[in-house]
Design a protein around this ligand. Structure first.
Ligand SMILES: Nc1ncnc2c1ncn2[C@@H]1O[C@H](COP(=O)(O)OP(=O)(O)OP(=O)(O)O)[C@@H](O)[C@H]1O
Ligand SMILES: [Mg+2]
Length: 273
């Protein structure tokens, strides 16, 4: 039986999706079979960070009972498997996120790790993402609003009977005024699994025409090194840093920015449905 871990935060924008993608790739580099699930059913963007273009069948279709989960699993970069969320607002309004738990538990034995990228906050889709996991990792930045929200999400997870196993402190700058790791541990009564520095390479990696998780594009940059160490703790073994170059597709090589434009149009079209 694989481990199902939901990556959560109280506050938005703290790096859950970036960490999910990169931790997943690192675990896969450790030789483990990893599935990433974009459970941010309203604001899907794990696929953008993974550099995946539109996918015909998504978690929306699965939660609507129109497809099976296995039909929504795609090959991602670095050997990960990936279930994207849909972009259609209309489908989002109809999805039943409570089905997520049974859907994910139904494929638990097929993977070593299933990492679920949760939305921020404590609304119903967040609770569904937490309930679908057996464990949670809480992401926070080293400042008081984020830590205060992390405390709330920890309580929510505990009420749902899901064990928070630790914290990741992201966007660390080592600046005066930041809350220290030992103070965050004390406040949340949870171990710090890793501290990931603020690193422009993370943003750069998905802003490329051919987006790729930073751990594959720049395997030795500061954020990649920190994320790999967290993955090593989860995997219980060392992971070699290795790069993967994503070659531009045939069309983008021929027409330059054409591929990106096509992607933008696709997002516009599906969100207007
Ligand atoms: N350590 C970091 N250093 C610099 N930029 C980062 C870091 N981690 C994440 N980012 C950037 O911060 C932004 C938000 O990250 P991300 O989307 O992963 O957060 P999130 O918690 O999933 O957000 P949301 O709550 O909206 O789902 C992205 O532009 C990402 O590239
Ligand atoms: Mg996110």
């Amino acid at each position: 039986m694989g481990r199902i871990i939901t990556i959560v935060s109280g506050k938005g924008g703290v790096g859950k999706t970036s960490l999910t993608a990169n931790l997943g790739v690192a675990l896969s580099q450790a030789g483990l079979k990893v599935l990433l699930v974009d459970a941010d059913v309203a604001m899907a963007n794990l696929s953008l960070i993974l550099g995946m273009q539109s996918s015909p069948i998504t978690l929306h279709d699965v939660l609507l009972g129109e497809s099976t989960i296995n039909d929504a699993v795609y090959d991602g970069p670095g050997g990960v498997f990936f279930v994207p969320s849909g972009l259609s607002l209309e489908a989002y309004r109809r999805v039943d996120s409570e089905r997520l738990e049974s859907v994910i538990k139904g494929i638990q034995e097929n993977y070593d790790f299933i990492l679920i990228d949760a939305p921020a906050g404590i609304e119903k889709n967040v609770m569904a993402a937490i309930a679908a996991g057996d464990e949670t990792i809480i992401v926070t930045t080293p400042d008081s609003p984020s830590v205060a929200d992390a405390i709330k999400i920890k309580l929510v997870a505990q009420r749902l009977g899901v064990n928070p196993i630790g914290l990741i402190i992201n966007f660390a700058r080592n600046e005066k005024g930041e809350i220290k790791a030992q103070d965050i541990t004390r406040l949340l009564e949870l171990p710090v699994m890793g501290i990931v520095p603020e690193d422009p390479e993370i943003r750069r990696s998905f802003m490329q025409e051919n987006a790729l998780p930073v751990i594959l594009r720049k395997p030795n940059c500061p954020s990649s090194n920190s994320i790999r160490k967290i993955a090593e703790k989860l995997a219980g073994k060392n992971i070699e840093a290795s790069a993967e170059e994503k070659k531009p597709g045939f069309f983008s090589r021929l027409f330059g920015n054409f591929g990106k434009k096509k992607q933008t149009e696709q997002i516009k079209k599906t969100t207007q449905e």
